[in-house]
Design a binder for this molecule. Sequence first.
Ligand SMILES: O=C[C@H](O)COP(=O)(O)O
Length: 214
Amino acid sequence: MFVLVNLKTYPCDPVAVAEAVRDVNESTDARVAVAPQAAHLERVAETGAETWAQHVDPIDYGSNTGHTLAESVAEAGAVGTLINHSEQRLKLADVDGAVEAAERAGLETVVCANNPAQIGAAAALGPDAVAVEPPELIGTGTPVSQADPDIVEDAVEAAQAVDADVSVLCGAGISTGDDVVAAGDLGSEGVLLASGVAKADDPTAALEDLVAPL
Ligand SMILES: O=C[C@H](O)COP(=O)(O)O
């Protein structure tokens, strides 16, 4: 299972969480990675943790003030990027352009979507993976695998119908190892989570719990 921890803009110490991600990753068969804010990418990557960007824009080098260039996040140490997170939604054409930009820079891609229909559309753009996240469950602590298991199974089916090579992750409210196991039982190959680690009093303990059954 792939456990991707998005730090969003939570007021946690990104380097401390990244060190915990690195250490926990070494103690499990699961793959554990962290997605800090763009401004923290370099410091986080220096810890040795697998580092992801939270977003890249559908742009190339040039006059794009305030945008995030895929090559720059790769140079800062990111190996992959989220695209179209529910909190950073893009138009379909821009999702396509961002996937293209990420691939140009050698970044792995996870395109987020709200529901199975959008997952099918996202899978058609050829990312490495898609992540289904019902927006109403994000940050609630109520795991999607429990509150809406059908959405995960339907997302897996929708992605496979379009491109069987695209992996499916699920996210929203995931915070325990049992949640991760339940996500896997529904056909998901990984989880995307944030508050369960970024807002935890002890992020290391939260991460250890997440991977314990894997
Ligand atoms: O990127 C992560 C997701 O939006 C899930 O967030 P959450 O784990 O706080 O519900």
